[in-house]
Design a protein. Sequence first.
Length: 91
Amino acid sequence: MDNREMFEEINALIGAVAKAFNIEALDVVADLDQGRLALEMVTDDQGRNCVEVTRDGRVARIYPGAIFRPDDRPEAADDDDCDGGGCTCGH
């Protein structure tokens, strides 16, 4: 039996950070050790709790089951392409 407290949760967080920045899990651990990666527990504008991760000026928010990168927002589609709503472009 594994007696390490919160091992699975920490392992999942490391995996999510690696996925958010497209790096290996071992690089996440090394970046944390070197101070290159910062983690902060925050509440977003909609009142949801998440872990905000900063690496080399890039930011990612880790939610249960989701990763959000504010810098990766898709460009808005032209209204002519979607008639102003009802499609998957976010209008």
